[in-house]
Design a protein around this ligand. Structure first.
Ligand SMILES: Cc1cc2nc3c(=O)[nH]c(=O)nc-3n(C[C@H](O)[C@H](O)[C@H](O)COP(=O)(O)OP(=O)(O)OC[C@H]3O[C@@H](n4cnc5c(N)ncnc54)[C@H](O)[C@@H]3O)c2cc1C
Length: 413
């Protein structure tokens, strides 16, 4: 099908779908954003956004709105969870500004969503359609349409499944099975700063690492609250969902032998949501005719590189560029996926490597790496920053694809 008329139908108003609508609007392409929920709820969790995501936020003119809610700490601290000793500091905003002239953000997911929804409503008034669940896709070489829960059929130039890890679009297009459990669960909680002791500087993000588990903490809500993500290996499978099980059961036990600061922090996470962590392997092709995938639907990954949502933002930007520069929709989608697949595969692999490293999966080798990092003192920060140039320095579609393989290898932070 080569017809380039009609809107782009985006399925799912999560981070990927909202960014896609805004990126398409920026290049003058009309879209309809179908969301199955009747309302977009404010979900309690934090999101870290590196320079490769903040570049897109700034290009969309959302910098001021985001900065009302985000924190941008200069650096973080990697800690040994068992002994409580510092291992090394790792680069955040200071290095990001110096290297990429772009900030690093930490923001409550609900705040990010609010900024995006407001921008979509203001810039594309009739785009967002709540209570609209994709049911079926109809496609031949002349036309494309979808059927939603009300029975309505909607025609479009293209269909983009931004419908998350349990994507209906992916199921309809590829029937490649369900998401795979990674053997890890996470508890996520947001604790108001007023509940925390004053003797600790909570504005400094920390990653506490140790055998089989890690804990990430960083400020959100303009520094007024602390986001906690505790990740633990377990064979007992849990569901994955934004509106997950509200349960701190098992959390304190999992960290009971760790240092007093970790135990005290964990004790505050009584409102934690429990999640199973799942992945979707990156397919060798994401597109079929005029339909494609974006975000977690295409490449759900572990959160240990903090890049799932940022990859969805990059997808959105590349998709808009491809559809803008190529009128033939199937060809445009081929170009889009060619620019995304190897990068997303690599990011997924590095996220897995990071998790193994945090959890000391290779035992003595990882412990020696921690020692080596500790011995570098201040130097550790620039070594880590150098390893990630390929990730955060990605310059997007207009300046060409920097696929430099000089970057991080799995098992490195
Ligand atoms: C513990 C944890 C920490 C994380 N931390 C970070 C981080 O720091 N930085 C980062 O970049 N990423 C992070 N991520 C990853 C990030 O949350 C996801 O990658 C991101 O939310 C994916 O966005 P999405 O738009 O692809 O999917 P989702 O946000 O899941 O959105 C999918 C949307 O589609 C809708 N939908 C589903 N089916 C249908 C249908 N049939 N019809 C219509 N609508 C439908 C859903 O209701 C939903 O609104 C983290 C993830 C976890 C689990």
């Amino acid at each position: 099908m080569t017809d380039s008329t009609g809107p782009v139908i985006l399925v799912g108003a999560g981070i990927g779908g909202l960014f896609a609508a805004l990126c398409l609007e920026r290049v003058g392409i009309e879209s309809i954003l179908l969301e199955k929920s009747d309302e977009l709820a404010d979900v309690g969790a934090g999101i870290q956004i590196g320079a490769n995501g903040s570049r897109i936020i700034h290009q969309l003119g959302l910098q001021e709105a985001i900065q009302r809610y985000a924190s941008s700490p200069s650096r973080g601290q990697m800690m040994d969870g068992q002994t409580g000793r510092a291992i090394c500091s790792y680069p955040l905003n200071e290095s990001s500004l110096k290297r990429y002239q772009l900030p690093y953000y930490q923001i409550h997911r609900g705040d990010l969503q609010r900024v995006l929804v407001e921008a979509v409503k203001q810039r594309i008034p009739n785009c967002l359609r709540l209570g609209s669940e994709l049911k079926e896709i109809h496609q031949d070489d002349k036309s494309l349409s979808v059927t939603i829960n009300s029975g309505e059929q909607i025609k479009g130039r293209a269909l983009v499944g931004c419908d998350g890890i349990h994507s209906r679009t992916r199921e309809l297009l590829f029937e490649d099975g369900t998401a795979e459990y990674t053997g890890n669960i996470a508890w996520r909680a947001v604790v108001p700063l007023s509940k925390l002791v004053e003797s600790v500087n909570w504005q400094v993000p920390k990653v506490w690492v140790g055998p089989g588990r890690h804990l990430v903490q960083y400020p959100v809500s303009a520094g007024d609250a602390l986001n906690l993500v505790a990740c633990v290996e377990t064979d007992v499978e849990e569901a994955e969902q934004w509106h997950g099980n509200s349960s701190a059961d098992g959390l304190s036990e999992a960290f009971s032998s760790w240092c007093p600061e970790v135990r005290a922090t964990i004790a505050l996470a009584g409102n934690a949501l429990k999640w199973g962590l799942y992945e979707r392997p990156v397919l060798s092709s994401w597109s079929q005719g005029c339909a494609t995938l974006l975000g977690d639907a295409a490449h759900a990954m572990l959160p240990s590189l903090a890049q799932g949502a940022v990859m969805a933002m990059e997808d959105a930007e590349e998709l808009a560029h491809a559809l803008h520069s190529e009128n033939n929709t199937p060809k445009a989608l081929q170009q889009y996926e060619q620019r995304r697949i190897s990068r997303c595969r690599k990011v997924q692999k590095v996220a897995q490597g990071n998790l193994n490293f945090f959890h000391q999966s290779s035992g003595i080798k990882d412990r020696l790496s921690f020692k080596a990092l500790a011995s570098l003192g201040q130097g550790a920060e620039s070594i880590i920053a150098n390893r990630y140039g390929w990730l955060y320095g990605y310059s997007g579609p207009t300046k060409g694809f920097e696929n430099g393989d000089s970057g991080a290898s799995p098992n490195s932070i």
